[in-house]
Design a protein around this ligand. Structure first.
Ligand code: SAM
Length: 282
């Protein structure tokens, strides 16, 4: 028997098999399901062979306030509610934030059953640095808002991740070209589905590709950081510097390592000097 509370459940983003055993068992057991579109969620339950004899309640952004209290009352009356979005992880460019916030304020039990999430799956496939990234949700539709967003985000030293739709993709890329010159991008499309595809290259190359191949389906757009962030540690730098210091001059070693890791010259020089002094006999 489930304890009363809210169960945030991730559902597949395409491939129906991407659902966990834990998600299935909670979906079978809950009395109430809060979801974006009851038709879509009922269809998912049916496809997964789960009984539809539960209460399905629509929970969207525009009715969040009214429905939030209703859901809180249901939980306080002793029931368990599953929160699902149409696909993927709830709350990630999907409703739910206010509900979780209210649950926190009222000390209501909340747990999350992790699973598919388009942005994470896309990042894994991208070939772009994953040690630091910023997810910025959907790209605005209006030119000015899009420009402002790109101008705000372009100096940030992380991989940028956006959700985008097929009809807007080429326009977005055309505008992105002005802000993210020379940066590699990756576009992941139709993840976990039959036509899954990841396109990688310069913005110009990707525009060319999608001009030849009409954009169809669901998209995640990812942009490499302004400087290539290598997934290295200080130990990697120390090791390489020490190695090169044993083989060449301090100046050459610093130059090479700075180029290799895109590091600041003065800081690297100081670090190399320290290493050299440490290793030289007193
Ligand atoms: N919460 C969801 C998640 O965890 O992925 C995202 C919901 S958001 C409303 C929907 C957007 O996510 C789509 O417009 C698309 O940009 C992206 N998306 C969802 N499924 C996708 C898929 N299978 N392949 C590529 N992108 C996908």
């Amino acid at each position: 028997m489930l304890r009363n509370g809210l169960y945030i459940i991730a559902t597949p983003i395409g491939n129906l098999q991407d659902i966990s055993e834990r998600a299935l068992s909670i979906m079978r057991e809950v009395e109430v399901v809060a979801c974006e579109d009851t038709r879509i969620t009922k269809k998912l339950f049916a496809l997964l062979g789960i009984s539809l004899s539960k209460r399905f309640i629509t929970y969207e952004d525009h009715n969040e306030d009214a429905t939030t209290q209703k859901l809180i009352d249901i939980i306080n009356s002793g029931q368990a509610i599953a929160l699902l979005s149409d696909a993927g992880s709830p709350l990630i460019s999907d409703p739910g934030y206010k509900l979780i916030n209210r649950c926190r304020e009222q000390n209501i039990y909340v747990t999350a059953i992790p699973g598919a999430c388009a942005l994470i799956t896309a990042l894994q496939l991208s070939g772009l640095p994953t040690n630091r990234f910023m997810f910025a949700g959907f790209i605005p539709n209006k030119d000015k808002a899009r420009q402002d967003l790109f101008s705000e985000l372009s100096p940030i030293d992380t991989t940028l991740v956006f959700y985008e739709t097929a009809p807007r993709l080429l326009k977005t890329l055309q505008q992105a070209k002005n802000f993210f010159t020379k940066r590699k991008i990756a576009i992941a499309r139709e993840l976990t589905k039959m036509y899954e595809e990841t396109v990688y290259g310069s913005i110009a190359e990707v525009i060319e590709y999608f001009t030849q191949n009409e954009p169809k389906g669901e998209f995640v757009l990812m942009i490499a950081p302004p400087r290539e962030i290598h997934q290295y540690t200080l130990d990697d730098v120390r090791f390489q510097l020490q190695k090169r210091l044993g083989e060449t001059s301090l100046k050459t070693a610093v130059k090479e390592i700075c180029e290799q890791y895109n590091l600041n010259k003065n800081e690297t020089y100081a670090f190399a000097l320290e290493l050299k002094n440490e290793s030289s006999p007193r």
